[in-house]
Design a binder for this molecule. Sequence first.
Ligand SMILES: [Zn+2]
Length: 406
Amino acid sequence: MRKIDPNNFTLAKRGTSREINRQIALTLIRTHQPVSRADLSRLMETNRANITFLVNELLEEELVREGAQGNQKVRGRKPTFLYLNSQNSRAIAVDVRASRTYLMVTDSIGKQTGDIVSFQTVFDPEKFAEELSRQIVNILGGGLAGCDGIGIVIPGMVDPKTGIVVRAPALGWRHVNLLKALEARLKGIPIQLENSGKACALSQIWSTRGDGLNHGDIVFVSVSDGLGIGVVINGELVRGRHNSAGEFGHVPLSIDGPLCSCGANGCWEAYISNPATLSRYFGRNVSGRKPKALEVADFTIEDLIVRARGGDSKALTALHSTARYLGLGLATIINALDPWRIYIGGEITEAWDLIEPEVRDAIKERTLTGELGETPLKIVPAVEYPRLRGAVALVTAPAFAAPKVA
Ligand SMILES: [Zn+2]
C-alpha cells in the first residue's frame, strides 16, 4: 500500500474503487483539519454533491465528526468544520525487544493517551503471548472494549500476511505463529505484526510529520538490543521475496568479529547494538548467541551515556567505537542504495552530539563519492518512541492508505 500524498493524488474515476475516494477524504481531513466541506471539495477537485454524499457516509460511520473552529464566525453563525473522530477508539502499540517489551495506548490517529508500560520479555512464545495479552487487557483498563487494533513490532523477520515470525535471532524464535497465539487470547481484535525497522520506515512515510513521503528513497536504522532496518524505494517499503529485505544488520563488517545473535561472527549488529556497546565498556560479552545475557543487564546504554557525559573516558571510548562502526555500516547502505536520507533511531541517538563526528568521518571514509559521503542523516529522538510509533502506524495508517493504483 502507498500513502496518499495530500499534495499530489489522483481521484478515483467512475468505475474505480469508491474506497479510494473515502481514503483520500480521510487523509485530507486528517492533514488539514479542521476543514470545511467547501475546502474539502476544493482540495478533492470534485463537486459539492459528491462531497456531501461522501461526508455523510463518513459521519454516519463515525469516522469523522463536526465541530467549530475557534471563534471564527461566518455571517453570524458558526461554520461546521470536519475533524477525524479520534476520541472514541484506541489502538495499542507494542515494541518487542530482547530485553523488555513496551506498550503504549493511543487514540485512533496514533496520539499517545497514557503512560508507556513495559515488562521483561519472555522467550517462550506461548508464555510471551499469555503475558502480552494480560498486559494489553491491563493497559486497556481490564477489557478489550473500544480497542481498534494492536500493532506489534518484532526484532526479526516477520510475514505480516500470516503473522508468523519467520526468524528473530535475538529472541531465539524460528517460525513462531505469534498471531495465532495472540488471536486465541484477544478475540476479535485486529492484530498487525511487522519487523521493527520496517515499521519505523513505514511510520516515517505515513506520519503527517514524516517528511520521507515526497522523497522516494529512505532508510530507517533503529539501534537497540539489535538492529532494525527498513528500506523504502520509490515510496514503497521493500520486503523482498521472504520479508528479509533490509537485513543490513547481518552484513558482516569483519568475518571474524564478535559473535552475533544470528550465530555468525562479525555482523554489523554485533558491533553497534546496545549490548555490543555495553560489552565494549565492560570488556565482557553481553551480546552474542544467548539472549539470556540481557536479563542481567540492568546497566543500560542510557547509563553509559550519562557516564560518558560525566567524564568517564572508558564510556566515551565505547561510544566512539560504536559511532565508527555505525558510520562504516551506514556507508555500505549508502553505497548500495544511495538514499535521499537515512533516519536513525534508538537510545544511542541521545549521545548524537558526542558521536556525530565519528559517524560522519567513517561514512566519508567508505563512501564511493564525495556526494554519497554527504548523505543527510536525520535523528529521530528516543523521546518520540519511533518503534512504538511504527507499531501504532500499523493499526492507524491503513485507514488513510490507498491500495496501490498502477
Ligand atoms: Zn548476525
